[in-house]
Design a protein around this ligand. Sequence first.
Ligand code: TXE
Length: 455
Amino acid sequence: MNIINPATGAIISTIKSDTREDLNTKLANLRQGQKSWAKKTVEERLNCIKKYGELIQENKDKLAHILTSETGKPLQQSLNEIQGAQNRVTHLSQNAKQWLAPEVLVHKGTTLERIKYEPLGVIANISAWNFPYNVGYNVFLYALVAGNSVLYKPSEYAALTGKQFEYYLHQSGVPKDVFQCVIGDGRLGQQILESKVDGYFFTGSHKTGLHIYQTVASKMVPVQLELGGKDPLYVADDVVDVKQAAINAAEGAFYNNGQSCCAVERIYIAVGIYDEFVKAFTEEVKSYKIGDPSDLSTFIGPLTRGEQLKVLKDQIADAIAKGANLLSGGKAIEGKGYYFEPTVLANCNHDMKVMVEESFGPIIGLQKVDSDEEVIELMLDTEYGLTSAVFSSNEERAMNILDAMNTGTVYWNCCDRVSPNLPWSGRKNSGIGSTLSSQGIRAFVQPKAYHLRKT
Ligand code: TXE
């Protein structure tokens, strides 16, 4: 498989894809290895994960360059991701023992009622390229600590990083027959769906997520899907500092080139501050440094996937044809690599694709609203349900709106944020199930109920 640098279009490496035979052998080994891994204590398994975290931090400069070279993520953002993902290791170290401990619910007379949490077995993690550390760790670290073995298929756009996860996990004491990385594209993914595993944990597009859900339905095993979003942000007219709100909103929309499941994808602005906000927002976006992602000062690099350029062009043409004003950007940048100008479209409405279909790139639609009632209706007008955000100085006002949202996550005066303390879950087309928090580890275990009576 050729690995392409999206900044130049050049092939930077060629690695061997796994065949169906390789996949079968790896799965058979994982089946075997899981048995002794599950017998280890949570502490023993955690020690490997802690060691892994240390090794990754020690090697983060090299790893950030690898991530940048295959995804085009600006180097500073690659470093941020690797550093930030370490909070999953810390969080597991502090909590996993307690979350996985058996629970005694009743101990009365001769009766004992108890729950034991048992691992699922061999789980498949089919993963994405946009935040491979974050979304990967959310699944494979938690699954390993819970006593499962893991077949990890990185995205074909983050395969080199996937191989690094495997290398450092093995270096940290996770046995080779407990974590295996397989290299390939959707065809290999399809073969995983046809194989025997005890759970599917997927991060990626709604289209592929739905396909996985339907394909494995008859296996009756857990399926968890972390899919995309069309996340709204509302800027109310009582924000203390309109300029700061614009800077924060722009970062939420354009960080990682907008290629984030929880990126701000549409912004509603109260009529009273609309002009001031739009001006500050556009100025901020125009100030972003676009260029070579391996330069630490670059904020906007190339898109990871060349195919997305067409989606963005189409959304922009559609919006302009329906009356949007193009305030910045609007086209792909000529030359090498998959670069697209950061694009701001004002005067948008829900007849335009940019306000209802996932963009997953550096473009944003801005829409003027007259009231909180109107904005609630607009924010709810979506097939997705990942996050919703409100910027307002009035907590009660913000909560009224956020309580009405049908999303797994809501934000007040912040956006595009994930915390290991809180469950990460999508509703509707954004997915099924939760990662992170105590809920995120329960996804990798099955409860066994013990009804015990001493005679
Ligand atoms: O996703 P795919 P891609 C969205 C985003 C992006 C679009 C396409 O809109 O532009 O998806 O990205 C594997 N059976 N998100 O092409 O196709 C594939 O090899 C089994 C949002 O990367 O969903 C990869 O490992 N597996 C998202 C993984 O599925 C299959 C993050 C994801 O690929 C398969 C990424 C099949 N038939 C993209 N076909 C988020 N939630 O943030 C493909 N795969």
